[in-house]
Ligand binder design. Structure first.
Ligand code: SR1
Ligand code: MG
Length: 396
């Protein structure tokens, strides 16, 4: 329906594409988006060169026009991609142009590749993903603080960096609704009711949720991605990882990004176990450890000559755990599920959900420990998945 509009627009910006894409002959334009919010078009020219155009709709795609959403979110995406490109070249797609009336941005096409989420579902491992994401979040923490943004030439006081509309969506779907009964957007199979009840009433989970929400609202530490799950990362055939979909970007706590990422790697680990691949499951857990290790080194937040560096490191780990707890819960209980939960109503789907909620409970409790470490969280996951005792065989 929008293909013609997109092709006409791309023809109008040909000079900006600097020969990367030719518009003088036939162009093939195909909508390929599988996300919850937007349309994504992949365009090929007659020589086979490709570009990507993303268009935000004035509503939530997965719901329809009953849930209006400001289409200007595409501007947040454009600006944040430009900033991330400056501080971490090559880790996000290059932006070539944007049109605020059409609500589109034109970017480098991330081909050939597959999202990390689709790799997880297909049982394909993603070696190095922990390093890539830990490095990225660490660089953001070190060089994307509001004062850094000013040095880069942006006015950090602009509402652009608060991203109120998208923050409202996160507040609602991540921090609020999963904890409420009788919310029409929540849904889960009857067999999970007990696990959901335990999760919601667990004092450590409640404490984690309250603290996480507070930190999310108050800590304007750096320009975060805001939705860093495995569907927002492309594994290129070259082996590189590219981070995209930054429309939720805002000044916020960097541990939100790492906590969301770790939660999604827990879903990956559970998925591997479902496929009876214990080695792959352990590899995903190793990627979690790596993401923390590389975050520590890239962020330089806890250098040993800093006062209270150990205490500070544990505070960050605590926060990581708390955000991870919230993300695990919302993906099982709330509106936007992960595909690992497809066939949610099958015994397998129920098992994934109950493992995820149980991991969340143990991680919430570990986050309160004085000497929390990344290994504490890994041990919690192993405990739930039965990997601390013997090699687990998945029995649906
Ligand atoms: C209504 S949007 C639902 C979810 O999709 C996005 O990926 C975010 O995670 C958001 O919470
Ligand atoms: Mg997204």
């Amino acid at each position: 329906m929008y293909e013609q509009e997109i092709v006409t627009y791309v023809r109008s910006i040909e000079p900006l594409l600097r020969g990367r894409f030719k518009t003088d002959r036939n162009i093939v334009c195909r909508e390929i988006g599988d996300g919850n919010l937007n349309l994504v078009f992949l365009l090929s020219d007659y020589e086979g060169s490709k570009i990507c155009v993303k268009k935000s709709l004035p509503y939530v795609r997965m719901i329809g026009s009953e849930w209006p959403l400001d289409a200007d979110r595409i501007i947040h995406e454009r600006v944040s991609l430009e900033i991330f490109s400056m501080i971490s070249p090559g880790t996000v797609p290059k932006v070539y142009d944007g049109d605020s009336e059409l609500h589109v941005i034109t970017m480098e096409a991330l081909v050939p590749g597959a999202t990390v989420r689709s790799c997880v579902v297909a049982g394909v491992e993603c070696p190095g993903i922990g390093k890539a994401v830990g490095d990225f979040v660490g660089r953001v923490a070190r060089t994307c603080k509001p004062s850094d943004i000013q040095v880069l030439g942006y006015d950090s006081d602009r509402p652009l960096f608060r991203n109120d509309n998208m923050t409202d969506v996160t507040r609602l779907l991540v921090f609020e609704e999963p904890f409420l009964e009788d919310v029409h957007r929540n849904h889960f199979p009857q067999e999970l009711s007990k696990s959901v009840r335990y999760y919601r009433s667990n004092p450590a989970v409640i404490a984690a949720a309250l603290t996480a929400r507070n930190v999310f609202e108050e800590r304007k530490e750096a320009l975060i991605h805001g939705d860093l799950h495995t569907g927002s990362i492309m594994k290129m055939n070259s082996g590189e990882y590219i981070i995209f979909d930054t429309e939720f970007s805002r000044f916020g706590p960097v541990m939100f990004d790492l906590g969301v990422f770790v939660a999604n790697l827990i879903f990956a680990a559970i998925r591997s176990l479902q496929m009876n691949d214990v080695d792959a499951c352990l590899s995903w857990l190793q990627e979690i450890e790596d993401s923390w290790k590389y975050f520590v080194s890239a962020s330089q937040l806890f250098k040993i000559d800093f006062e209270n560096h150990e205490y500070r490191e544990r505070e960050y780990l605590r926060s990581l755990g708390e955000f991870c707890v919230i993300e695990l819960g919302r993906r099982v209980i709330g509106l936007a599920k992960v595909p690992e939960l497809e066939n949610f109503h099958s015994r397998q789907g129920v098992q994934v959900g109950s493992y995820a909620l149980r991991c969340a409970e143990l991680i919430a409790s570990s986050a309160q420990e004085l000497n929390v470490s990344i290994s504490t969280y890994i041990d919690d996951i192993k405990e739930v998945l039965g990997l601390r005792r013997l090699k687990h065989i998945w029995r649906p």
